[in-house]
Design a protein around this ligand. Structure first.
Ligand code: SAM
Length: 280
């Protein structure tokens, strides 16, 4: 079906909208959990949306996938065991597997159909799925973490949809307590934390719940992400121990990135004035 018009994500709560000129709708389905659509766009390659929200585009996903993985991996002293909660498009998985010291990555996405569609329409994001260190599971990440044993993971990456529907429970104190319980003492959680411009209250609630759950150190990172509301996104890192950026390891990295490097790491951890004042 050829459609020469625009895909628009309207967000009533923030009075914002984002559009991409599309040439074709390539796929649409209702999985057991979500409404999934794939478009071909005029300038951003393929676009996947979930429940009408932009998720991933060919052109700009690198900002998000690199910033959801590398800062946290270089803040952990020696990350070997990584879980990705969500991440069904597999872009974060690909970035994590670029780290040679990582020994095991388990990706737990509730909706297998997201990954099966990514394999067809975003094969470049799925190029590491057959890495022997990778395991893909299709269950609820909330239950996975709840049932986990103590000290069973070094880094938990929550690469989920917005805090609604199946992802809602990933943004609350009960989930964070379960994360604290299964993370190693020097372990850390990194979670996509929406836009500091549009969702400051939510970020405050997340940070409060993380602190109440037993995370003593919090750091919110800021980075661009064109197709998400406001185009300015964030990830919040929570840990039980103080973290030191392995700058030398980062500068000596042997793998390619398009956005992330040591300078970007420092820039992303710089706190905007309004943010400092909100959470001083
Ligand atoms: N980059 C996107 C963003 O920031 O909105 C997220 C991309 S990824 C496609 C989001 C994934 O979270 C989806 O594949 C969805 O199935 C998954 N998800 C939502 N709730 C979940 C849950 N409770 N457990 C596991 N995966 C979940």
């Amino acid at each position: 079906m050829n459609l020469s018009h625009w895909f628009t994500e309207e967000v009533a709560a923030t009075g914002t909208a984002f559009s991409l000129k599309i040439t074709q709708k390539l796929h649409e389905e209702h999985s057991d959990f979500q409404h999934l659509e794939i478009y071909d766009t005029q300038t951003f390659g393929k676009l996947m949306t979930i429940d009408g929200c932009t998720m991933v585009s060919t052109r700009d996903n690198f900002f998000y996938h690199e910033m959801m993985s590398h800062p946290a991996l270089f803040l952990h002293p020696n990350p070997k065991r990584v879980w990705i909660i969500g991440g069904g498009d597999c872009g974060t998985l690909r970035e994590v597997l670029k780290h040679p010291n990582v020994e095991q990555v388990v990706q737990i996405d509730i909706d297998e159909r997201v990954t099966r569609l990514a394999e067809v329409y975003f094969p470049e994001l799925c190029e590491s799925n057959k890495d022997p260190r990778a395991q893909l599971k299709f269950i609820d990440g909330i239950k996975w973490v709840k049932d986990a044993l103590p000290n069973s993971v070094d880094l938990i990456i929550v690469d989920s949809t917005d805090p609604v529907g199946p992802a809602e429970g990933l943004f609350g104190e009960r989930f964070y307590r379960d994360c604290v319980a299964c993370l190693s003492d020097d372990g850390l959680l990194v979670q996509q934390s929406e836009s500091a411009l549009l969702h400051l209250k939510l970020i405050g609630e997340m940070r409060e719940a993380m602190k109440k759950s037993g995370f003593s150190h919090l750091q919110t990172l800021f980075f661009p992400q064109c197709i998400y509301p406001s185009g300015w996104w964030s990830a919040t890192i929570a840990s039980k121990a103080a973290l030191t950026f392995r700058q030398q390891d980062c500068e000596a990295k042997t793998f390619d990135t398009l956005y992330y490097n040591a300078d970007i790491h420092h820039a992303a951890t710089a706190q905007p004035e309004f943010f400092k004042k909100a959470f001083a």
